[in-house]
Design a protein around this ligand. Structure first.
Ligand code: AMP
Length: 306
């Protein structure tokens, strides 16, 4: 177990924009025995991102935040073109959280033009997509994988690239994106990637809505409707606390809450916490995972039953 590190960098925050430069920086930092902590994000930072940064800050010498809206993890009809941005606000938050390096590459740098300039997916010759769990089940095809084909392949590929560039000792991911966290765990195990992965708890607004950059898409009335996801989680928690061990009953009760205020449900599933396969009989650890639409905004949330 590495010892926690409380050393804070005295240097001002630096912005690095090219893969070569961050890699050179990382090699130099490692040569000086610096522990590198890494938080990958798509920007438009909120308190959820900050909680990852603050946790990372306590355990590393050099804290790297990446801000990159990764095109390969968005489907053709998704919100890549309108994904929210707030560069100045992000820098302020990063400084407050003690970030040393903001890595802010562009798509040309991350996916260099070679013989195939467009679309960007065609520039990737090597994808990370071997994310099988135990042969019959496959993390890629559970939960969001059914509704966002190619999404986790894009996530795993960009995270693998970022790891090679930033060379972190430890990387921090939110449990908010629970399936993403499991995919990264699986990738790191399967490929023997020498990066320790830490999951961090979901940060919620005062009324329970899970913080998300996409919450900015919600109108005031839609924001109120979005609360039904948290209400579903609370309903499931109450049932389980009261001794219910029937997955069907638990998911049905949660489903009723979500149905009451959303426009479309992708899934409300109680699943194995590691393989994400749906449960027919109760077991722990498990996760109740939800994805639903309010208008054109897709929201996800979950709760872990340890
Ligand atoms: P994103 O910028 O949405 O790609 O998120 C970057 C990282 O922040 C991911 O590891 C997310 O899981 C994490 N994250 C986003 N929202 C939250 C939240 N409400 N609580 C904890 N972590 C979060």
């Amino acid at each position: 177990m590495p010892m926690p590190c409380t050393k804070k960098s005295l240097h001002p925050m630096q912005i690095i924009t090219t893969p070569n430069d961050i890699q050179s920086w990382a090699i130099a930092a490692r040569n000086q025995n610096q522990r590198i902590g890494f938080v990958p994000t798509m920007g438009y930072l909120h308190e959820g991102h900050c909680s990852l940064l603050k946790t990372a800050r306590q355990h590393c010498d050099q804290l790297v935040l990446s801000i990159f809206v990764n095109p390969t993890q968005f489907g053709p009809n998704e919100d890549f073109d309108r994904y929210p941005k707030n560069w100045e606000g992000d820098l302020d938050r990063a400084k407050t959280c003690g970030v040393d390096i903001v890595f802010h590459p562009d798509a040309e740098g991350m996916y260099p033009t070679s013989d195939k300039p467009n679309p960007i997916e065609d520039r990737v010759h090597t994808w990370i997509n071997a994310l099988h769990t135990n042969g019959s089940h496959d993390l890629l095809h559970q939960l969001c994988g059914q509704f966002r084909p190619g999404h986790f392949q894009g996530v795993a590929t960009v995270v693998a690239k970022l790891f090679d560039m930033v060379q972190p000792h430890t990387a921090y991911f939110g449990e908010k994106d629970y399936q993403q966290l499991q995919v990264i765990h699986r990738m790191v195990d399967d490929l023997h990637v020498p990066v320790e992965i830490k999951g961090c708890p979901i940060v919620r607004e005062a009324d329970g809505l899970a913080m998300s950059s996409r919450n900015t898409y919600l109108s005031i009335t839609d924001r109120k409707r979005a609360l039904c996801l948290y209400q579903a989680i609370q309903t499931a928690q109450r049932l389980i606390t009261n001794g219910c061990t029937n997955p069907l009953r638990i998911t049905q009760a949660a489903m009723e809450c979500v149905q009451s205020a959303t426009d479309r449900i992708d899934y409300v599933t109680l699943c194995d916490a590691k393989t994400l396969t749906p449960l027919h009989t109760w077991q722990a650890p498990s996760v109740l995972a939800i994805a639903a639409w309010i208008g054109t905004t897709r929201l996800i949330d979950n709760v872990i039953f340890p």
